[in-house]
Ligand binder design. Structure first.
Ligand code: IMP
Length: 191
């Protein structure tokens, strides 16, 4: 157990999720906002690179172990797009109906409906050691979007083994099978 762990995200929604997944991994959790630290730009070309640059910057600025993530939606027919650009496809208004419509339009009549949510987590320790994991939740694209829960691309994604979209499934269920749930489980195993 860490005495203090820095959660390197400015996203309030993710912070709550992080804490519920991490449980008692640390005695105390602090955020970038608590320490008035900025969130660096995501300039990497992979999920792991983006998570690593956020975790390392936070660890170096604070001297604390720091955990960062990067996630996205990868559509097989679009060769993994929107991928690390998932948030950016929603534009400055963060309008995910626009982003989902773009996925739908770019897929056209493509028969391969396969897609996955991907989550990379990097824990940067003060001694310079990095613990890195990446996991995916696979499924299929559905159109039109369905459901009111969740966020982002949830309404257009049906996880494997289910008939409801991520936005129709209760949050407790999504939080057991999601890419983030799998990545946190893998991180705990590595520790
Ligand atoms: P990040 O904050 O840079 O990791 O951006 C992740 C983006 O991927 C989010 O803005 C969403 O568009 C998308 N995304 C990641 N996880 C999920 C999820 O569980 N449901 C829906 N969209 C997600």
């Amino acid at each position: 157990m860490f005495p203090k762990l820095l959660l390197a995200t400015g996203n309030a929604h993710k912070l709550e999720e992080f804490k519920s997944f991490l449980g008692d991994m640390a005695a105390e959790y602090v955020t970038l906002k608590d320490l008035s630290l900025p969130e660096p730009d995501e300039t990497g070309t992979t999920y792991i690179e983006n998570a690593r640059l956020k975790a390392v910057a936070a660890m170096q600025a604070s001297g604390l172990p720091a955990l960062a993530d990067d996630s996205g939606f990868a559509v097989e027919a679009l060769e993994g797009a929107p991928g690390i650009y998932s948030a950016r496809w929603a534009g400055s208004n963060k309008d995910f109906s626009v982003a989902m419509k773009r996925v739908h339009d770019e897929m056209g009549h493509e028969v391969n409906r396969g897609a996955a949510f991907i989550c990379a987590l990097v824990l940067a320790l003060p001694d310079g050691k990095l613990i890195e994991v990446q996991e995916r939740a696979t499924g299929e694209i559905t159109w039109p979007p369905r459901g009111e829960h969740g966020f982002g691309y949830d309404p257009m994604f049906i996880p494997q083994g289910y008939t409801q979209s991520f936005a129709e499934i209760p949050a407790e269920v999504k939080n057991k099978i999601s890419h983030r749930a799998l990545a946190f489980r893998a991180l705990k195993e590595k520790l």
